[in-house]
Write a protein that binds this ligand. Structure first.
Ligand code: PEP
Ligand code: MG
Length: 871
């Protein structure tokens, strides 16, 4: 099997085998762009490495060595030859780019002898020893895993001793000293000398890249981004070009369009006399790309041309790395650029206007989950006007955030675990270890680093508001303090607000307001709506949620959890009277009190949805969530029920269940107490009658019976509903219709769906319970152990977030087919949390559901996911 490919042997369609970076390097080679040549070790070699028990087989080693020979022929240089050395970079490249997850080794091939001769032949000792010290440091860190800070401290110490501020001020002699110190440090850690054999260096680096595929950071990133662990990473070995060779050399990163706003203008930064890592590491402040035009006009012009070629070729915004060596431009990487949701929409709409792509292609350019960023708060205008910024950094990732400051990612995680909602992570700079904390934070503020620093790139990917490189602030991560320019010191928990669109930092709380759909967003969503086959409804329990969802484009309510309508004090009191009542009379009396609340809420829901379907699910309270907990709660309840305190306490005890999720809930409650279903039917039908009379639009309510496992229990409850409803409708004199259906959330219901469909006019998949019951683990407790399943690669994602297609999905398919066999036009929907998950939406499209229903903020996400499934 072929495990290694020269760049000239690949192309962009070989991404699965060569990884994104490798495939694009091959593609750029193919279209004649200036790319330093090299080869790619395939992702299959990585999976083979793991199959062989973390060993690179002799076959693969042999192929690597053979390709080194080929590269030597292409470049006319030889690895390890002191007179004419080939030096290479070694970089990882998975199918999908994973920023900060994998590492790079530059200048590989240097050793003492090569360095000495190379310095002599190039006549540039400084450059050679600068490259060598970088190589040792990266090798020690990336390949061997020795602490980076150890080397950094040693470097800083020498800089201080020499009295220089910037790396570029160190002389050749200084750098030789750094190399000597590094080699000693290496030996102290490794117990052996720094390896001098370039092939040994190369194989160790390749192995380190393979190994890093399964480090904790990579696993976390994959889980957050739904990337399967089985993919593996490729390794790219590429001839070095040197951005640190002279003052006419440099290196940079750029995007063909602005990744924060989408503006069609080259965007990026570069550093002269520097090597790759310097730009992203945020050590020296890079220059904006436009100024390259003044420093090196020919290079700038050539680069602009290449940008056009690449964008036109890939039909997407590109994110590129380049290096200039002694005035000559080289492309080191190109890929479709990560962007904010705002930028993604603008770019998609602009590219259609420019005639580069069509509407369907545009729909695929925006990640559905990204839209979330646009639906979240902005600052309240008045509050914002009144606030005064204390500092301004780089507008690294747009949006507004307000919250309590924490100085480490772990502290953010801990605050979250303690129930704090709004955390702002404040750091000098972030690193890949911070990823979990960054994911939980509402905003990120860093003191150092540019627009392409780790914090900026990751925040944009997550859609988290970020202000980066705010150099006027001082952060002490040890003391946990943030010092403002005027000397004020903020400590953990203090309020800060960030404007990620302007870079402003405020030392105060600023009110935030929800966003609305307009402009490019509106245009784009209209395209999505044209394509999709699935309808999108919302889960809403209150008129407020329903109205919010309607502004986001919801086409009806797919689930109204009526037990959620009782959180307010007076309501919960009467609800408790109902569930603790010991006889029918008392229960009926409590139900009479509840009826008007329900009827009023339903009227509002029908009005808010203005002609769209409204699905009302009958009570499904896991009792333990509603029983009175304290004596203070029991006392007044006992009084109003005419019971003694002791008697009621006993009654409450007797209602407690060992396993409430599998207890007396759903339709079981209505089987025991049909008067509850009767009251709810009255509330729904009377509300529908009232609204029909008031608005003139006929309301057709859907009544949904939960937790059905057997057609007979559905039939029993349905009889109660029909008897009550038909009588009310007849009395009203209206010609009103209503439907009775059920949820499919118990495996038995899925398997007997043909029978259930004889009674049910519609099905809605309750995938929360269906997942719980199919896996046999509790939806309330599973999070406690699922972490172990992810870290041990048993599950790749949360089965309560994305439908498990193999098991739960199979039950959905069976139920859909069986349901249709009895009732061909049966309406099928989903209302579990999965209904707003893009992968699940795609699956629902495939199995032919009529609609998905999800929480209001996920409605636009589901609309786009449904469109993507259809194009
Ligand atoms: C479900 O089980 O998927 C569902 C929507 O119902 P609930 O979450 O209220 O149990
Ligand atoms: Mg349920």
């Amino acid at each position: 099997k072929k495990y290694v490919y020269l760049f000239s042997e690949g192309n962009k369609d070989m991404r699965n085998l060569l990884g994104g970076k490798g495939a694009n390097l091959a593609e750029m080679t193919g279209i004649g762009l200036p790319v330093p040549q090299g080869f790619t070790v395939t992702t299959e070699a990585c999976t083979q490495y793991y199959e062989d028990g973390k060993m690179i087989s002799d076959d693969i080693k042999g192929q690597i060595v053979e390709h080194v020979k080929k590269l030597e022929e292409i470049t006319g240089r030889t690895l390890g030859d002191p007179k004419n050395p080939l030096l290479v970079s070694v970089r990882s490249g998975a199918r999908i780019s994973m920023p900060g997850m994998m590492d790079t080794v530059l200048n590989l091939g240097l050793n003492d002898e090569v360095a000495k001769e190379f310095a002599a032949t190039t006549g540039n000792e400084r450059f050679v020893y600068d490259s060598y010290r970088r190589f040792i440091q990266m090798f020690a860190d990336v390949v061997m895993g020795f602490p980076k800070s150890d080397f950094e401290h040693k470097f800083d110490a020498i800089k201080e001793e020499k009295g220089v501020e910037f790396d570029t001020e160190l002389t050749a002699e200084d750098l030789k000293e750094v190399v000597a110190v590094y080699k000693e440090a290496y030996k102290a850690h490794a117990g052996v000398d720094f390896p001098q054999d370039p092939i040994e260096q190369l194989l160790a680096a390749v192995e380190a890249v393979f190994g890093s595929w399964n480090n904790d950071r990579a696993i976390t990133y994959r889980r957050l981004n739904d990337i399967p662990g089985s993919w593996g990473t490729a390794v790219n070995v590429q001839q070095m070009v040197y951005g640190n060779r002279s003052d006419k050399s440099g290196t940079g990163v750029a995007f063909t369009r602005n990744p924060a706003t989408g503006e069609n203008k080259l965007f990026g930064e570069y550093l002269m006399n520097a090597q790759g890592e310097d730009v992203v590491a945020g050590i020296r402040t890079p220059q904006p790309i436009a100024t390259l035009n003044e420093v090196m006009p020919e290079c700038y012009e050539q680069f602009q041309k290449i940008c056009h070629i690449l964008e036109d070729h890939y039909k997407d915004m590109q994110d590129m790395e380049f290096t200039i060596e002694d005035g000559k431009l080289f492309m080191l990487q190109t890929r479709n650029g990560k962007r904010t949701a705002q930028a993604a929409l603008k770019i998609a709409v602009d590219m259609v206007d420019e005639g580069m792509i069509n509407e369907q292609e545009a729909l695929l350019k925006v990640e559905p989950k990204q839209l979330d960023q646009l639906l979240h708060p902005n600052f309240d205008k008045e509050d914002y006007k009144a606030a005064k910024a204390v500092a301004t950094g780089l507008a690294a990732s747009p949006g507004a955030a307000t919250g309590h400051i924490y100085f480490t990612a772990e502290d953010v995680q801990e605050a979250h675990a303690n129930g704090v909602q709004d955390m702002i992570l404040v750091r000098n700079e972030t690193s890949p270890e911070d990823i979990e904390g960054m994911n939980l934070a509402k905003g990120i503020l860093t003191v150092r680093g540019g627009m392409t620093s780790h914090a900026a790139v990751v925040a944009r990917g997550m859609g988290t508001c970020c202000v980066a490189g705010c150099g006027v602030l001082r952060v002490s991560e040890d003391k946990k303090t943030l010092t403002l320019p005027d000397g004020t010191v903020l400590t953990e928990g203090d309020y800060v607000s960030l404007n990620g669109s302007t870079g402003e930092v405020f030392a105060q709380k600023i009110k935030t307001v929800p966003a609305a759909i307009s402009g490019d967003f509106e245009t784009f969503m209209a395209w999505a709506d044209k394509e999709r086959k699935l309808l999108v409804r919302t889960n809403a329990d209150t008129p407020r949620d329903a109205k919010q969802a309607a502004t986001f484009g919801a086409e009806g309510i797919g689930l109204c959890r009526t037990e959620h309508m009782f959180f307010e004090e007076e309501r919960i009191f009467n609800f408790r009277r109902m569930i603790t009542a010991e006889d029918v009379e008392t229960r009926k009396e409590a139900l009479e009190k509840i009826l008007p609340y329900q009827r009023g809420d339903f009227e509002e829901l029908f009005k808010a949805m203005d002609g769209y379907s409204v699905n009302i699910r009958f009570l499904d309270p896991p009792l333990h969530e509603f029983l009175p907990h304290t004596d203070e709660e029991i006392k007044p309840l006992a009084e109003s029920l005419g019971m003694t305190f002791e008697a009621l306490k006993e009654r409450v005890e007797s209602l407690k269940e060992f396993n409430p999720m599998m207890g007396h809930r759903g339709c079981r409650l209505a089987v025991t107490y049909p008067e509850i279903a009767e009251m709810q039917t009255r509330a729904v039908i009377e509300a529908a009658i009232n609204v029909t009379k008031e608005t003139g639009h006929t309301v057709t309510p859907e009544i949904m019976i939960p937790l059905v496992g057997d057609v007979k229990e559905l039939k029993y409850v349905k009889n109660v509903v029909v008897k009550t409803a038909d009588k009310l409708i007849a009395e009203s004199g209206l010609d009103m219709k209503y439907e009775v259906g059920t949820m499919i959330e118990i495996p038995r219901a899925a398997i007997t769906a043909d029978k259930i469909a004889t009674e049910a006019e519609f099905f809605s998949f309750g995938t929360n319970d269906l997942t719980q019951m199919t896996f046999g683990f509790s939806r309330d407790d599973a999070a406690k152990f699922l972490g172990d399943y992810y870290s041990k690669n048993i599950y790749e994602h949360d089965p309560f977030a994305t439908v498990d297609q193999e098991g739960v999905g199979e039950l959905m398919k069976i139920a859909s087919e069986k349901g249709r066999s009895t009732r061909p036009d049966i309406r099928l929907g989903i209302c579990g949390e999965h209904g707003g998950d893009p992968k699940t939406v795609e699956f629902c499209h495939k199995i032919g559901l009529t609609y998905v229903s999800c929480s209001p903020y996920r409605v636009p996400i589901a609309r786009l996911a449904a469109a993507q499934a259809a194009v």
